[in-house]
Design a binder for this molecule. Structure first.
Ligand code: G3H
Ligand code: 13P
Ligand code: ZN
Length: 307
């Protein structure tokens, strides 16, 4: 199939009450792992690339790999620009056939965020491309966070309502206590669900959870076995993630879990088979581990058999 509109995928998820995984890719092995996992579970899927991934492999490589592979499957596949910050990259992604782009101006004052997002929405919508934007700053929610910090970092529901009205975005990523990477929380993981509920009630568009990797014990155990050092790593439990989906999250971004699976696969082969130097044997194991991880995520998000 040709690429599917991200908006169509996420509006369906919103109507039916589940979330679709948006998986970050940086190379061919990861695209294949994600596509295979989604196909086996008959799930819609969003493949996303950051500006860093584009610098690494080029936008042509990224978009063509995804387009070509999507031709051979029957599940809906969308292609998304994750954390777009540069105007040129956003334009290039729109020209290259991405089905959605994120404008990430969340580190700017509210008015500037609105202004930049409005500009992106105008160009993207003219090309039939949907737009995600972010409000608040991604930072782990700790027990000792002060009320002032909580208000400064996390999304303000009133502001979210105004932002959506002023910009006409299609999806909103509200900061509710997650952060990127493998070290999300020092204490017990928790999210501000009350805030999420309020944002949902005031915005009525699909919501996105960034920094949603599980960094779970299975991944960490295996990673440790093959020598990856991730002392103190902690992510989002399946229960917390399921609750976030129940409260209105429809797009869930995952990068870190895939990175850990990839590295673990490579380490395993290099450690257990010191005489192997065929890249296909090394990267093949990495691909298999990533596929397992993506399948785990799809099952938690509830998008299995929604393809
Ligand atoms: O937010 C997305 C990623 O986890 C960071 O990715 O290193 O490609 O910018 P990046
Ligand atoms: P993780 O670091 O939790 O995988 O988050 C990825 C992400 O939000 C990409 O935009
Ligand atoms: Zn993110």
């Amino acid at each position: 199939m040709a690429l599917e509109s991200t908006k169509a995928i996420l509006e369906k998820a919103k109507r039916e009450g589940y979330a679709v995984g948006a998986f970050n890719i940086n190379n061919m092995e990861t695209v294949i792992a994600v596509m295979d996992a989604a196909t086996e579970l008959n799930s819609p899927v969003i493949i996303e690339v950051t500006e860093g991934a584009i610098r690494y492999m080029g936008i042509k490589m990224a978009s063509n790999m995804v387009k070509i592979l999507s031709e051979d499957v029957t599940i809906p596949v969308a292609l998304h620009l994750d954390h777009g910050k540069k105007w040129e990259t956003i334009l290039k992604a729109i020209e290259s056939g991405f089905t959605s782009v994120m404008i990430d101006a969340s580190d700017r004052p509210f008015e500037e965020n609105v202004e930049m997002t409005q500009r992106v929405v105008e160009v993207a919508h003219n090309a039939g491309v949907s737009v995600e934007a972010e409000l608040g700053r991604l930072t782990g929610l700790e027990d000792d966070i002060s009320v002032a910090d909580r208000e400064a970092f996390l999304v303000d529901p009133e502001e979210a309502e105004n932002f959506v009205t002023l910009t006409g975005i299609d999806f909103l990523a509200p900061a509710i206590g997650t952060s990127h990477g493998a070290f999300k929380f020092k204490g017990e993981p928790k999210l501000d669900f009350e805030r999420l509920k309020q944002v949902k009630a005031k915005t009525h568009i699909p919501l996105v959870l960034h920094g949603a990797s599980s960094v779970n014990d299975r991944l960490l155990g295996e990673a440790k076995r093959y020598g990856l050092e991730l002392q103190g790593a902690r992510g989002l439990s399946d229960d917390i993630l399921k609750k976030a989906v129940d409260e209105g999250i429809n797009k869930v971004n995952t990068d870190t879990d895939i990175r850990i699976a990839f590295t673990t696969g490579i380490r395993k082969v290099l450690l257990q088979k010191p005489s192997v130097f065929d890249p296909r044997k090394i990267l093949g194991q990495a691909r298999d581990f990533m596929k397992e991880t993506v399948k785990e995520r799809i099952k938690v998000l509830g998008s299995r058999d929604k393809g």
